[in-house]
Design a protein around this ligand. Sequence first.
Ligand SMILES: [Zn+2]
Length: 298
Amino acid sequence: MSLNPLAAAAAALFALAGAQSAAAQAPAAAAAQHFRLGAFELTALRDANFSPPNDAKIFGLNAGAAAVAQVLAEAGAPTDSIAMSIDALLVKTPGHLVLLDTGLGPAAHGVLVASLAQAGVTPAEVTDILITHSHGDHVGGLVGADGKPAFPKATIRMSVKEWAWMQSQARSKDLVLAISPQVKTFEPGQPVLPGITPIAIDGHTPGHVGYEIVSQGRKLTDIGDTAHSAIVSLERPDWTMGFDNDKTVGAASRRATLTRLARDHELVFAPHFPFPGIGRIEAAKDGFNWKPGFDPAK
Ligand SMILES: [Zn+2]
């Protein structure tokens, strides 16, 4: 058994990037940014930064690094790597303190718990954790550096399919053992908590979901890993993605989900877009643009 299973899990995930591991990147500064959505208080929480090289192993698998570089250059971004954030979302409802995803975890230098502290919340106060999917940058923080549950009083919720898949992955063995007593599964499409409904978004992992959060007529959707880069994934949604288990279905889901979000002018939280990752999707040419910002009145 590895001394440091989470770092190993993160390394396995990010091996695709050609990076040694996410832990090789400098730790991010903790950050927490608050928003109000109806009766809910939302807080975007920073965990880490991750910038894989532009080598066509993650972004633009079927397009090539030169095409990806061109899209990045047109957006005024560096062309040798693709900058991503790793963030989580805290939702304070009248009855629950809910965390959506948990970042890489302290073993891989995630700073989520410090960001949570900036929001005035201790891990023991979190009542529910909603997981979009079981990649290391979303579930790594479920345990502390000691491998023990980091949120001891929380119910950990994920889709039936995702939990089955996570349990089948050898690299997740230690994590599965640690969190099993806390896990409750759901079928997407029905509320899991008052005002929060998981929606299946297929392709990224077998049971990947987004979460629709609704309070007093205001709505925000956490899209999980439907799109990873606010530039490349939006402008070229049909390009295939190395992190998607089913690359064809992932690309089709990305196009369909972004089309709906743009049409409905919906507020979005995207855990890998620049912190705090909240804004709207706008249709543009053959793809989409990201309009960061929070305006719950619309
Ligand atoms: Zn991710």
